[in-house]
Design a protein around this ligand. Structure first.
Ligand code: TYD
Length: 139
């Protein structure tokens, strides 16, 4: 997998003077079936989350509140993407190393995932990730 497969996706935004509304539907606004959602909050200043890849899980990450950076890495190229609006998000396919940092005070990261939680789907060893991913990109 390559970071060119990572995609910023704009979500629908329904403007309303009572307050705006955005939404997402599986297989329509994001390219997978949703099996799980989770959120990251109360992140102390300077902390980093993530720091792993998934073997099969696809995710879509939205900054529902505040801002943070997502660092993506396919083993060859790296990119930093800042998320700071609730009406777009970042689609990350399987096989991409990611971490999240620079969380603003009271930021809220909302993530939908294509799988239920399983520790077996994590690649937490960066050198192993590099070996597997570079091998698969060469073949
Ligand atoms: P982890 O995915 O490692 O956090 P990060 O967002 O920093 O990558 O998850 C931290 C712990 O939380 C993990 O060891 C188990 C638990 N967890 C669940 O039980 N279910 C989940 O859906 C997630 C994402 C994590």
């Amino acid at each position: 997998m390559q970071i060119s497969n990572v995609q910023l996706i704009n979500l629908p935004k329904v403007f309303d003077e009572r307050g705006n509304l955005s939404f997402l539907e599986a297989n329509k606004h994001i390219p997978f079936e949703i099996k799980r959602s989770y959120w990251i909050y109360d992140v102390p200043g300077g902390e980093q989350r993530g720091g792993h890849a998934y073997i099969t899980t696809e995710e879509f990450i939205v900054a529902l509140s505040g801002s943070f950076d997502v660092l993506i890495d396919d083993g060859r190229n790296k990119q930093r993407i800042s998320l700071n609006r609730s009406y777009y998000g970042l689609y990350i396919p399987k096989g991409i190393w990611r971490s999240m940092e620079n969380f603003s005070t009271n930021s809220l990261a909302f993530i939908v995932a294509s799988t239920v939680y399983s520790e077996h789907d994590y690649q937490r060893d960066y050198s192993q990730f590099l070996m597997l991913n570079n091998a698969s990109q060469e073949s």
